[in-house]
Design a protein around this ligand. Structure first.
Ligand SMILES: Nc1nc2c(ncn2[C@@H]2O[C@H](COP(=O)(O)OP(=O)(O)OP(=O)(O)O)[C@@H](O)[C@H]2O)c(=O)[nH]1
Length: 322
């Protein structure tokens, strides 16, 4: 049987004993291979519930200390290679309770015998706290992600509102101005053709005067929906103001643009307006023009507007190319 005195020498042993017994953590001194306890401190007794005289001369496997004995085997193998290590493992106490522990292990040679000193700390509560914290953090992360998504959706809706005409759902004047400029710049750069059309209901003032503003609003809504129905998905419609709309026809020459705008004209003329108000009739006039490279947004807008003026002058209910 080994003794600490044999291992360390008498005065060294006394020093060791004081430190060993004073340390508040669980500390044991045992043989490396077989795990036979040579000494255990009061911290060990407190944590495991075993009295010192119950375990001296017995091994950790005799008292079934390691819940996962494989942890001890692999620790012993690694200690032989690297001398010391930290492990986290589970240990069974005298009363059968299991604790999660963090063990600081060191192997050393004493007169040709491989010995092991272990300092062990119960981290069950810390681990539970950490798990709880992780749980809280995940919950918080989920909350933040949810709030972020809601905020993004609110921002998207807000962004949509800032570019949308409230009455018709088409683009608004501000969004159109931005789009037209972007389209001009793109066309200047790439040479891609596009057309712009200005659409306006004929004698709309009379509708307002005869049927009232609410019916007028309804007519504007129908006008927008007819235009949206007849144009291609890539084209862009915005309400410029009152009963006047503007349309950007992407990647289209004026020959290609005239068809959809004429379809819009016909759709307005054939719409059963009388369903909205008895005796009501409405037509629309449209001016359309192709962008000329480098001319800029003002020039193309003026020409489209002039084409609309011409369409009105020539009797309305028609689309005219400038
Ligand atoms: N109901 C309604 N009317 C509006 C709105 N904004 C403008 N208006 C009216 O729309 C009318 C616009 O008339 P104009 O386009 O200038 O003239 P018009 O009577 O349509 O005649 P032409 O365009 O020459 O065929 C005016 O009476 C405005 O008061 C709106 O949001 N709702």
């Amino acid at each position: 049987m080994h003794s600490i005195d044999q291992a360390c020498g008498a005065s060294e042993a006394e020093k060791y004993r004081r430190i060993f017994h004073a340390t508040p953590d669980y500390a044991t001194f045992s043989t490396l291979e077989t795990g036979i306890y040579l000494d255990v401190n009061p911290g060990f007794e407190r944590m495991t519930g075993y009295r010192r005289d119950e375990v001296i001369g017995r091994s950790s496997s005799d008292i079934d200390l390691w819940v996962d004995p494989v942890d001890r085997n692999s620790a012993v193998a690694r200690l032989r290679e690297q001398g010391s290590l930290f492990i986290t493992t589970r240990m069974r106490m005298k009363d059968g309770g299991v604790l999660l522990v963090e063990a600081s292990l060191a192997a050393f040679d004493a007169n040709g015998e491989e010995l092991l000193i272990a300092v062990v700390r119960d981290i069950t509560a810390r681990d539970a706290l950490e798990r709880e914290l992780v749980g809280h953090r995940r919950h918080l992360e989920r909350l933040v992600a949810q709030r972020t998504a809601e905020l993004e959706e609110a921002m998207r809706r807000l962004e949509e509102l800032t570019v949308t005409d409230e009455l018709t759902g088409a683009g608004n004047r501000r969004a159109f101005t931005r789009r037209l400029r972007a389209r001009c710049a793109e066309s200047d750069r790439t040479g891609m053709p596009f057309c712009m059309a200005v659409l306006d209901l004929d004698h709309f003032k009379a509708v307002n005067d005869r049927y009232g503003h609410a019916v007028g609003d309804q007519a504007i809504q129908v006008f927008a929906s007819l235009a949206l129905r007849e144009m291609r998905a890539v084209d862009y419609l915005a309400r410029y103001g009152g009963d006047e709309f503007v349309l950007l026809l992407q990647d289209a020459t004026s020959e290609q643009a005239i068809q959809p705008v004429e379809r819009i004209c016909r759709a307005v003329a054939h719409y059963p307006w009388a369903r909205i108000a008895p005796g009501m009739e409405l037509t629309a006039s449209i001016g359309v023009t192709a962008y000329r490279r480098e001319e800029g947004d003002d020039a193309v807008f003026r020409r489209a507007d002039h084409a609309l003026y011409e369409a009105k002058r020539r009797g309305r209910n028609q689309a005219l190319i400038a």
